[in-house]
Write a protein that binds this ligand. Structure first.
Ligand SMILES: C[S@@+](CC[C@H](N)C(=O)[O-])C[C@H]1O[C@@H](n2cnc3c(N)ncnc32)[C@H](O)[C@@H]1O
Length: 352
């Protein structure tokens, strides 16, 4: 199981240098010409160039439509990665730089290497979340998401699940949590008295992070996890199968491959085929989903609805919906589609 980490640049790389006092426009020109710029003095010098790059690309892409903003983001992503920082002895070489514990944890094998500035920013915020922890309204304790692991930033779907669990009258011996992420749903199952949860995730960081988080606590015996696709190595039948899958089909943004957010055509059919094998005869499948893809008109069909209508394997017991707070009016991006954004909790049982 190989940990996911930003790809370090270890080979010699040709770059021009930038430090405070130099003309940032020159650095932007270098970047637009496909060259790298290495920051020499302060962390803030990198921020200055990023800021200039952002302004330049905003002027170039005034179009606020979804497509226009997608082009802006894609260029920003490409060019910003040409701004580089050097890491030596697991620390950033520039001055006044944040201390980022991930540099030590994720790169024990490397003494010196280079990373693109946005990757450093990502590592830095991930370190803050990990160290300080993230409060989740339905959980007593904070979670500490490992680098590169999904964690919720909106909570409506968790309120739906929490309320459903409060009323759940079935057996609570075992459950399976597909795509366990930072463990939020499994911790909720524990809170509501489930004795044992089997979790899986295709993302190695989720598994490494949770194993480390639970190690030495009584959770380690109650939540067992395996790295793998869908049900991975678990073969037992459980009373509950929970899955908070990716909510958008890959057609939504083809240059994004994040498996926490985007699903391919096979994910749902495979899930339902395997779930048939793993669900106790009286068990329930709980899926958390959203109408985001449908209201943005990217996907017309809902993969859960499709299974119920055509699969013949499961019937719908319950569908609960909750609308999501509309996005802040202050955001400049065009997010009007957020207005009818709802999260969904689907409960399915065996059709027999
Ligand atoms: C939206 S996140 C949900 C994480 C967590 N259950 C939660 O609710 O906070 C989806 C998770 O499913 C994982 N995932 C995606 N495809 C998967 C697959 N085929 N098998 C197992 N896990 C998968 C992702 O890595 C991610 O951790």
């Amino acid at each position: 199981m190989n940990i996911n980490r930003p790809e370090p640049i270890v080979s010699d790389i040709e770059a021009s240098f930038y430090k405070h006092g130099m003309d940032p426009q020159k650095a932007i020109e270098e970047i637009l010409n496909g060259r790298y710029v290495l920051i020499e003095d302060y962390y803030s010098s990198g921020l200055t160039i990023l800021h200039e790059l952002n302004n330049y690309l905003k002027d170039k892409h005034p179009d606020q439509s979804f497509q226009g903003q997608r082009e802006f983001r894609s260029e920003y992503r490409k060019f910003s990665h040409q701004i580089l920082l050097q890491v030596s002895d697991n620390k950033l070489v520039v001055e006044k730089a944040p201390v980022i514990g991930w540099l030590e944890i994720l790169y024990p094998d490397l003494e010196k290497f280079i990373l693109p500035f946005p990757q450093i920013q990502g590592l830095n915020s991930a370190w803050q979340w990990y160290k300080k922890g993230v409060s989740i309204p339905v959980l007593r304790n904070k979670i500490h998401p490992y680098y590169g692991t999904y964690f919720p930033s909106r909570f409506e779907h968790l309120h739906l699940f929490d309320n459903w669990l409060k009323r759940y009258k079935g057996a609570k011996k075992t459950a399976i949590d597909i795509g366990i992420g930072s463990g939020v749903l499994s911790f909720m199952l524990m809170k509501h008295g489930f004795q044992k949860v089997y979790g899986t995730d295709t993302n190695p960081n989720a598994i490494i992070g949770l194993n480390q988080f639970m190690s030495g606590t009584k959770l380690a015996r109650k939540i067992e996890i395996d790295h793998g696709h869908l049900f991975a190595k678990w073969e037992q039948k459980t009373e509950l199968v929970v899955f908070n899958p990716p909510w958008l089909s890959t057609s939504y943004d083809i240059d994004r491959i994040d498996e926490a957010i985007y699903y391919n055509d096979k994910l749902f059919p495979d899930f339902f085929t395997d779930a048939k094998e793993h669900l106790h005869p009286d068990g329930k499948i709980v899926l958390l989903f959203s109408n985001l893809a449908q209201i943005t008109k990217v996907t017309e069909s809902n993969p859960i609805e499709k299974e119920i209508a055509e699969g013949g394997r499961f019937k719908l017991d319950l569908l609960l919906k909750k609308s999501v707070k509309s996005a802040s009016k202050k955001t400049k991006r065009n997010q009007t589609w957020r207005s009818s954004d709802t999260v969904e909790l689907w409960v399915l049982s065996n059709n027999n």
